[in-house]
Design a protein around this ligand. Structure first.
Ligand code: UD1
Length: 376
């Protein structure tokens, strides 16, 4: 059995590689993008020990056809992942995420032996704001209007201005991304659906919620809030919560994500389906900060700034029932346990320089993508 993991040198790849059953021969193709691999331009030791490593951009994957020939399962992890950054580095996100997937498909199409399955790491960003209810029916509101955000109206409202209640995201809900990043993830899904269907390749699309855990790159200001908040709390540097701090996210531990990918690789069943992978619990930004501070034995100090990122969604949580019918029991790591493991690891790492984060926020501000609510 042979497996190709594109983008396998990253955060999720490092966890996945250790969980892949030994009977699989593994090839990892990764460009070691300096934005993600800030400290070393080499494959991590655990990856080198287990896989044949190819340092290459996904755009050039055709050059490695001979090595890849005979692959049974492809796991496609290559992606640029910053929601905010995607709103101004648009062509880079389109190139790496959408065209990168197109190049992978052209390579597969040139192989004599087609893989039997492709597993895609997609994102809940494809749902955009997702589905809401007014207590009576399932609604797909347009989302949040810029003029409302500028007035500090953070929740998703009906056209009449009534606050709507978010529903846990289900795979059957409409996709309507609000960021360029989310759109490029949807394009990845759709490119694969069309191609895999034409070749009878089993496609498993996994929509991840907010992934966190040890080995998440700290030098990259675009890797998510767990790192940003932990850096700020442990160094006593400024911590800013956007909007009113009551944004919710579903934080899923990276080890659970790797388990979901492994199950998708090894199952004997033909799946041809899209599956959410989250903890199934919605947590506010304030609760995350409080939990990290408590585990570090520090006081949580933060500023609720009223600033907001254009393209952000307000609430996200996965409905995990489809996962259970397709891949079996789902027992996610609790946020407290996951964060404890994260902090044990974090305390031995070199933290993010707060100036790097500030520079990324300034950049978004300059582009009009980080705005402040206007005084009422
Ligand atoms: C994240 C991932 C994305 C993934 C998606 C769904 C990152 C960078 N993005 O997007 O790849 O597909 O989840 O799984 O990991 N915030 C603050 N203060 C800050 C920074 C951010 O309050 O200093 C807020 C943001 O406005 C947002 C929330 O925190 O409301 C989460 O932001 P972030 O961690 O960047 O992730 P997502 O946009 O949810």
């Amino acid at each position: 059995m042979k497996i190709l993991i594109t983008g396998g040198a990253g955060f999720i790849g490092k966890w996945l590689i250790e969980k892949i059953p030994p009977e699989f021969e593994v090839i990892v193709l990764d460009s070691l993008d300096p934005q993600v691999h800030t400290k070393s331009q080499d494959f991590a030791p655990e990856i080198k020990a287990r896989a044949q490593c190819i340092k290459a951009d996904i755009q050039d994957i055709a050059n490695y056809k001979e090595i890849i020939e005979g692959t049974d399962v492809v796991v496609h992890l290559v992606a640029q992942t910053g929601t905010g950054q995607s709103m101004y580095e648009i062509s880079r996100y389109v190139q790496d995420n959408a065209n990168g997937t197109a190049k992978l498909l052209e390579l597969i199409s040139s192989l004599n032996h087609k893989p039997r399955r492709v597993v895609l790491s997609s994102s809940r960003a494809v749902y955009g704001d997702g589905a809401y209810t007014d207590g009576k029916s399932v609604l797909y509101p347009k989302g949040r209007f810029l003029e409302n955000l500028q007035r500090g109206i953070w929740e998703v409202c009906s056209p009449e201005g009534e606050i709507l209640q978010p529903l846990p995201m289900r795979e059957t809900y409409l996709t309507k991304p609000t960021s360029v990043y989310g759109l490029t993830k949807l394009w990845q899904e759709q490119l694969l659906e069309i191609y895999c269907e034409s070749q009878a390749i089993d496609l498993v699309t996994l929509r991840f919620q907010n992934v966190y855990g040890p080995k998440q790159e700290l030098g990259n200001p675009y890797t998510g809030i767990i790192g940003i908040f932990t850096n700020a709390i442990s160094q006593g540097s400024p911590l800013e919560l956007f909007e009113d701090g009551l944004v919710t996210r579903d934080f899923v531990f990276v080890g659970d994500i790797a388990d979901a990918v492994v199950k998708s690789i090894i199952t004997e069943k033909t799946l041809n389906t899209t599956i959410n992978v989250g903890s199934g619990k919605a947590v506010t930004l304030i609760d995350v900060v409080e939990t990290i501070a408590q585990l570090l034995n520090k006081k949580a100090e933060y500023k609720i700034s009223g600033r907001f990122r254009v393209g952000d969604i307000r609430h996200a949580v996965a409905d995990m029932s489809h996962y259970e019918t397709q891949l079996g029991e789902w027992q996610p790591t609790s946020l407290k346990d996951g964060l404890s493991q994260y902090l044990d690891w974090y305390l031995h790492q070199e933290p993010l320089n707060p100036e790097v984060l500030q520079a990324s926020l300034k950049e978004m501000e300059r582009k009009g993508l980080l705005q402040t609510k206007k005084p009422s």
